[in-house]
Design a protein around this ligand. Structure first.
Ligand SMILES: Nc1ncnc2c1ncn2[C@@H]1O[C@H](COP(=O)(O)OP(=O)(O)O)[C@@H](O)[C@H]1O
Ligand SMILES: O=C(OP(=O)(O)O)[C@H](O)COP(=O)(O)O
Length: 395
């Protein structure tokens, strides 16, 4: 049984809150603050209830371009939470612990990027995570721990799995909502139609097999590079350029897609036409008119009308990955039309990562749920358990 913020006696308590505000960075700092905004419910609730809040988070991976300190994140949170958020450039040093102890009621501090410390970039069993420096040093200055970092819940890193062994632990509002929606897809209205697109072909094929085998999906609509892998597996000769894009992403995709077609045939719907670039223009070709030398970059209008009907009539539409190269206006058509159609389903769930960014960019709104997680959302959809959720559950 996972406790939530409603079970926490927050007033006066020093609460360590793990959030996922890992954000795209641009020249001047944050390029997008969606993940920061996602946690405002949890943070403002704690501040209004007079908690003293220490925020733990990571940004990027050591060595990566987006590995950075959290000063810009703290500044943005401070703007969004009316001047109640400070920043400390250490995570668990004596200074950091003193800042936490000195917090007034209704005040917060963002502690430094947890991944500045090597332990935080390793995976541990929860019991070993509880013995790391980060957890041992910080647990004594916290009265409670809240995990709201759903998007990182598939990692078993100290700040995500180590505290529940030492402190009363609770799910934040983001975590609660994500688990409620993604953990209960089996009870959502039918028929359930999954649109799987994008570039992570192996992940999408794993999701397809899992949801079909577990009876979660009635229909799979294949688009993006995933759709091209299915077309190749069904014997359509797409052309060398499209085949190369599929094989570059995964050497086993076509074989796996073929096995799925053998096992689940009619429940998997393939593109009927594709769009390619010819002389700088979008040109649509029926699959019967292939192969072509140009790469398939989007699904065409015939596919869109077939898929859109299934999505609009769905009890639940689950969307993961764009239908084409949506970054190029010539090839955004499939993604825009199909995502718009899904908003008309009774219930619509969008997987995170690039898909959520695509929606913001295309200005599409109106889904029942847009997940904050990419990898974590996929893990939930494939029925995997998330270590950080297990840690919250085992108290
Ligand atoms: N037919 C296609 N050919 C090449 N790239 C594609 C095609 N369809 C989609 N993509 C690319 O897939 C990328 C997103 O895929 P992915 O990372 O799997 O999404 P998500 O992070 O939402 O799971 C986008 O950058 C998009 O341009
Ligand atoms: O951005 C994240 O995940 P995502 O890319 O799956 O959405 C999380 O912050 C986890 O980051 P990580 O994949 O570096 O552990």
């Amino acid at each position: 049984m996972i406790r939530t913020l409603s079970d926490l006696d927050a007033s006066g308590a020093a609460v360590g809150v793990r959030v996922d505000i890992n954000s795209p960075l641009g020249d001047g700092g944050l390029a997008d603050d969606a993940r920061i905004r996602a946690h405002l419910d949890t943070l403002s609730e704690l501040l209004e209830r007079d908690a003293r809040v220490a925020i733990l988070a990571h940004q990027g991976r050591p060595g990566g371009d987006d590995f950075a300190d959290l000063s810009a994140h703290a500044e943005r949170l401070d703007e969004l939470l009316d001047g109640s958020v400070g920043y400390c450039d250490a995570t668990f040093s004596a200074d950091a612990r003193a800042e936490v102890r000195a917090l007034a009621l209704g005040e917060a501090v963002v502690l430094e990027n947890t991944r500045f410390y090597s332990e935080e970039y390793m995976e541990f069993d929860p019991a070993d995570a509880a013995d790391t420096f980060l957890v041992r040093r910080l647990a004594p200055v916290f009265d409670a721990y809240v995990n709201d970092a759903f998007a990182a819940a598939h990692r078993s890193q100290p700040s995500l799995v180590g505290f529940p062994a030492r402190l009363p632990a609770y799910a934040g509002r983001v975590m609660e909502r994500e688990l409620d929606v993604l953990g209960n897809v089996s009870e959502s209205p039918t028929p359930r139609v999954y649109l799987l697109g994008g570039a992570k072909v192996d992940d999408s094929l794993t999701v397809a097999r899992s949801v079909l085998e577990r009876g979660l999906a009635d229909d799979i609509l294949a688009a993006g590079i995933v759709g091209n892998a299915f077309l190749l597996a069904s014997g359509v000769r797409l052309g060398a350029a499209s085949a190369a894009v599929v094989n570059e992403r995964s050497s086993e995709a076509v074989q796996q897609a073929g096995e799925l077609l053998d096992d689940f045939g009619a429940r998997i719907h393939l593109p009927r036409d594709v769009a390619v670039e010819r002389g700088g223009e979008r040109v649509e070709l029926d699959v019967d008119d292939l192969p072509t030398t140009e790469a398939a970059m989007d699904v065409g209008a015939k596919t869109v009308s077939h898929f859109a009907e299934l999505l609009e009539e769905a009890g639940t539409a689950v969307l993961n990955g764009p239908a084409g190269v949506f970054e190029d206006e010539n090839f955004a058509f499939g993604t825009r039309e199909l995502y718009e159609s899904a908003t008309r389903a009774e219930h619509s769930i969008v997987g995170g990562g690039d898909t959520a960014a695509a929606l913001r960019r295309l200005g599409i709104e109106g889904f029942s749920h847009v997940s904050t997680g990419g990898g974590a959302c996929l893990s939930m959809l494939t029925g995997d358990t998330l270590p950080a959720v297990d840690a919250l559950d085992q108290q």
